[in-house]
Design a protein around this ligand. Structure first.
Ligand SMILES: C[S@@+](CC[C@H](N)C(=O)[O-])C[C@H]1O[C@@H](n2cnc3c(N)ncnc32)[C@H](O)[C@@H]1O
Length: 436
């Protein structure tokens, strides 16, 4: 396929997404099934373009002065992909029957001097949903637009070195051909660049170092959350919302062979390939607790040194990787998440032994899901107090805490990581201690 046909395909897929609120991956898959002549390079380029449009759809529309999908796709190709007006003219070739029609005079004018209108509101500049702008502003203050821009960029692939099998230097060397570099904060993180425009994302899971269990794919923010949870040590851990086990595996590597990690999730399907991951990592310390019977965690009540609550959340911090979720999120879903967060925190309180700790983690930037949930929790559970979580940053990273990352929660502090401040996904991390 030439780029004209790829642009037309991206327009078709995005128009389908406008009609039906569904994950972009599903729409891309359906398109691929209906267009079997398209090769893997084509599908990759079309997918990249669809996601790049979704990342910046508000500002692309404002620049073009048009809300049509076509206008956004043309703008993404010319501006985000840096192909310029000349590149766009070349692919909108009237002799290519698969290409979209040539530029209209209005489209040409907009792309000749591309700029956001001076009165463009912040939610447009930041490419964030208008209904959430008050919440984002509360969290991000005058960094709102800069954070929104960072959240609209592509994210590199982060890896956590499994220190029980390899060190960072060895993984960096194995992934040298992929231009891997150390992550800025996590001492066990490696970053592989994703490239631009139609570049293929690095396929790290086909590397032998991955098959040997020397690293796992895990955003640096998630690594830091796990490292901070593990600071101070623990021998009896409950990973209450374990999902695919990203935090359990990181904790197992950090806490050593004498820890016992009970990995639970109330939805069995969310465990995914956790058993394969445990086997690859070579750890003996993770025990899966299946969601069976009235309360499979009851025997652990009051015993855990550490309960990790990687709570179900809106995932607003991961919108670099899932830009379609940004526009699909609805107020009802946020309300459901808040209820679930209160529920898992209450469950965690029952599991914690006197003097034990809870590490509350979300991959959301919204205060409603983070500090507000903990303020409400502290009112329901006066036996708990917030620790000075920000004080763990330097021991874990070996570097001073960057400005704005620490925030007051209760009488202690939490951490809010973000693509702009820490070049990670957006994360909230906060430790609470049972007073004993
Ligand atoms: C953010 S994800 C966990 C990701 C995982 N910890 C990781 O690092 O890969 C949140 C998980 O919480 C689970 N969950 C939701 N409500 C729950 C509940 N009441 N008890 C336990 N798990 C719950 C969801 O099924 C989902 O898998």
């Amino acid at each position: 396929m030439r780029d004209g046909g790829r642009l037309a395909a991206a327009i078709e897929i995005l128009e389908d997404l406008e009609k039906r609120r569904r994950p972009a991956q599903d729409a891309l898959k359906d398109w691929g099934l209906g267009h079997r002549f398209a090769g893997s390079k084509d599908r990759n380029a079309i997918g990249n373009l669809v996601f790049d449009v979704l990342r910046r759809q508000s500002s692309l529309s404002a620049i073009m002065g048009s809300d049509t999908v076509r206008a956004r796709v043309l703008a993404a190709y010319a501006l985000t992909w840096n192909r310029g007006l000349a590149g766009l003219d070349a692919v909108l070739d009237p002799d290519d029957r698969h290409a979209p029609p040539a530029l209209s005079p209005d489209e040409r004018r907009a792309l000749e001097a591309p700029a956001l209108p001076g009165d463009a509101p912040d939610h447009v500049r930041a490419n964030l949903p208008e209904w959430l702008i008050g919440s984002f502003r509360r969290a991000l203050d005058d960094r709102l637009v800069a954070e929104g821009e960072a959240l609209a960029a592509r994210a590199d692939v982060d890896l956590r070195v499994n220190t029980t099998k390899a060190d960072r230097a060895a993984v960096l060397s194995a992934l040298g051909p992929l231009d891997a570099t150390p992550t800025p904060w996590s001492p066990i993180g490696v970053r592989v660049p994703v490239g631009e425009a139609d570049a293929k994302a690095p396929h790290v899971v086909s590397e032998f170092a991955f098959k040997r269990g020397e690293f796992e794919v895990q955003d640096e923010g998630s690594q830091l959350a796990s490292l901070i949870a593990a600071e101070g040590g623990a021998t009896n851990v409950v990973d209450l919302c374990a999902g695919g086990g990203g935090k359990s595996l990181a904790l197992a590597a950090r806490l050593g062979p004498s820890v016992r990690i009970h990995a639970y999730d109330n939805d069995k399907r969310r465990f995914g390939d956790i058993l394969d991951r445990i086997a690859r990592a070579g750890t003996q310390t993770i025990e899966i607790v299946e969601p069976r019977g009235p309360d499979p965690l009851a025997p652990l009540d009051g015993t855990a040194d550490l309960v990790v609550v990687d709570a179900p959340c809106t995932g607003t911090g991961t919108w670099r990787r899932r830009p379609d979720a940004k526009w699909r999120l609805a107020p009802g879903a946020l309300a459901t998440r808040l209820m679930q967060q209160d529920e898992v925190l209450d469950r965690a309180a029952r599991l914690t032994r006197p003097g034990g700790r809870i590490c509350y983690i979300t991959c959301s930037l919204l205060p409603e899901e983070n500090e507000d949930r903990l303020d409400a929790f502290l009112k329901r559970h006066p036996a708990f107090a917030v620790e000075d979580t920000a004080a763990f940053w330097q021991p874990v990273t070996g570097k001073p805490l960057p400005p704005h990352v620490g925030l007051a929660v209760g009488k202690g502090t939490g951490l809010r990581l973000s693509p702009y401040l820490t070049s990670t996904d957006g994360f909230f991390v906060c430790l609470l201690r049972h007073r004993g």
